[in-house]
Ligand binder design. Structure first.
Ligand code: ATP
Ligand code: MN
Ligand code: MN
Length: 298
């Protein structure tokens, strides 16, 4: 039974058996964030983050010397990998190199121990590898695009996704933009899902070419938003909800309520240091019904 003191302390944090070596190692020098600080942050967000990170093939951005040191994106196992990071076989490439997933909180702490500063899952789980369970539309603003324009683009995407019979959720990227994410019942194939997202991006850029484009050509992006649908192909990834970013300020990709998208926040407003307070102040989890809201792609 919860006592008044327990409630004051907030929910019980998950336990781990994973040992952090060198817990004082600095990962974000400008912000004084250590390996222990990263593990503490993940303990705070675990109960919200879990369904978005477990049982999914992962691409991992590792920065053994912190964000100012060398960095590498890894999709496959490395020598001496922690046993809580699990090797999995791609069913379409049984002879190929194995992918990686985690099963539980120990796995997440093993990632922190391994200097993984960004976690990028596929939009599917290993139970239905060929049928994505979410769409991520990544809004990439070119130079000169303002926050209100990014919010307008996200809102237009929400309307269009809802018109297509899907639910739409929004998160900051922790970088420059927003991600609009739609839960799917895992029925359509990667090819069908990617075709749908391409058509969505193409339609938006055709309807308002002065504001949007749907091709990745950086040169033409000035003043416009690239509707990056390319996160939705087989093997592509997008940063995980609640993942930290290996950028100054220790920003995180933060799930929001649509009504949170005001002038007082921006794409990198939420950081490892302020998310726990924000979660405590919030009365409901805006992404709490994410998987319950899943619909099949028509
Ligand atoms: P921003 O708001 O700054 O755009 P973002 O996370 O959306 O943040 P993008 O550059 O738009 O960043 O997206 C790139 C995506 O491509 C990442 O989310 C990641 O999943 C993937 N990615 C990035 N680097 C690599 C890489 N080296 N190998 C494979 N995938 C990568
Ligand atoms: Mn982006
Ligand atoms: Mn992008």
């Amino acid at each position: 039974r919860e006592t008044a003191r327990d409630i004051e302390k907030g929910p019980t944090l998950p336990n781990t058996t994973v040992k952090l070596t060198h817990p004082d190692r600095i990962y974000w020098p400008g912000d004084g964030v250590t390996k222990q600080g990263l593990a503490n942050y993940y303990a705070e967000v675990w109960r919200f983050m879990e369904p978005f990170v477990v049982n999914r093939p992962l691409a991992l951005l590792r920065c053994p010397e912190g964000i100012d040191g060398p960095r590498f994106f890894q999709k496959h196992a490395w020598r001496g990998i922690n046993t809580n990071i699990v090797a999995i076989t791609d069913p379409k490439d049984k002879a190929g190199e194995k992918y990686l997933k985690i099963n539980d909180f120990d796995g997440l702490i093993a990632l922190a121990q391994s200097a993984v500063l960004e976690i990028h899952p596929w939009g599917t789980t290993t139970e239905h590898w060929e049928r994505p369970d979410m769409i991520t539309m990544d809004l990439d603003p070119g130079d000169g695009v303002g926050w209100s324009d990014i919010v307008a683009a996200a809102t237009e995407l929400k309307d269009r996704l809802e018109t297509a019979g899907l639910a739409a959720f929004v998160k900051t990227s922790g970088g420059k933009g927003l991600h609009v994410v739609a839960p799917l019942k895992p029925k359509a194939t990667w090819r069908q899902v990617k075709a749908f997202t391409k058509a969505l991006a193409d339609t938006m850029s055709k309807d308002t070419p002065t504001r949007y484009l749907s091709t990745a050509t950086k040169a033409k992006r000035d003043g416009r938003i690239f509707i990056d649908y390319l996160r939705n192909g087989r093997g592509n990834t997008a940063v995980c909800a609640y993942s930290t970013r290996a950028r100054p300020g220790a920003p995180v990709s933060m799930p929001l309520d649509w009504s949170d998208l005001g002038e007082d926040i921006g794409p990198a407003h939420f950081t490892l240091n302020n998310v726990a307070t924000h979660l405590q102040k919030r009365s409901t989890d805006p992404w709490g019904e994410f998987f319950a809201a899943a619909r099949p792609l028509a």
